[in-house]
Design a binder for this molecule. Structure first.
Ligand SMILES: CC(C)(COP(=O)(O)OP(=O)(O)OC[C@H]1O[C@@H](n2cnc3c(N)ncnc32)[C@H](O)[C@@H]1OP(=O)(O)O)[C@@H](O)C(=O)NCCC(=O)NCCS
Length: 180
């Protein structure tokens, strides 16, 4: 099973793994903002230390074949994260994606720009047949990112994921995928 690239570049982004000292900049860029985490499976961080611990885990996950692989998105020419993207291969034959951006970077197509090359990478692997992601049924921006990245809407996963900012009960999600 091959690992995805450690770093890659797009037209505007340099995408790299998290490092131990990224905690404070990730906290400031997006992870402490409840507007950002509204449709995420985790709550906004109130302190940097637990976030730094999570980033340390991400570094360790990289050593595993199935990840999750978490990258930080930096504007080219900078080393400061504006968001992140993840790829998980826990299910045979599938790659699952997730992404998040700091609020002031919404609406510029950055998530699509980061997702497209990873979808291409995934479907070029002999053992990956399905690149997919899901979002809350009300997360219109995320659904558009998936569409613009070439994933097709498959339907609604009922009661699929808990988004703690919205409800303690799992909510319906939209599933999007590209297969080969
Ligand atoms: C979801 C997210 C990553 C989108 O990234 P982005 O780089 O801002 O996305 P884009 O710039 O490609 O814009 C998203 C599209 O959704 C549209 N959109 C955004 N909010 C919308 C809304 N409320 N209603 C309708 N369309 C909306 C935009 O117009 C754009 O469409 P267009 O390209 O056809 O004009 C970003 O909003 C984010 O980080 N949100 C918080 C975290 C999150 O929800 N992550 C996804 C979890 S599944």
């Amino acid at each position: 099973m091959s690992r995805p690239p450690a770093t890659f570049a797009t037209a505007r982004l340099f995408v790299r793994p998290a490092r131990e000292h990224d905690g404070p900049s990730v906290f400031t860029a997006y992870a402490s903002d409840p507007d950002v985490t509204r449709y995420l499976s985790w709550r906004a961080y109130e302190r940097v230390e637990p976030l730094s611990a999570f980033l340390r885990d991400c570094i360790a996950y990289r050593e595993r074949h199935h990840g999750p692989f978490v990258w930080l998105l930096c504007l080219k020419g900078t080393d400061t994260p504006i968001g992140s993207i993840s790829l998980t291969r826990e299910d045979p034959g599938r790659a699952t994606f997730g992404y998040v951006l700091g609020k002031k970077f919404w609406g510029h197509g950055f998530a699509t720009e980061a997702l497209c090359p990873l979808v291409d990478w995934a479907l070029a692997q002999p053992d990956i047949f399905r690149a997919w992601a899901f979002c809350d049924v009300e997360n219109i921006a995320s659904a558009r990112v998936m569409e613009k990245s070439g994933l097709q809407r498959e339907g609604i996963l009922r009661r699929w994921q808990i988004f703690p900012a919205l409800s303690s009960a799992p909510r319906d999600c939209l599933a999007y995928a590209k297969v080969r």
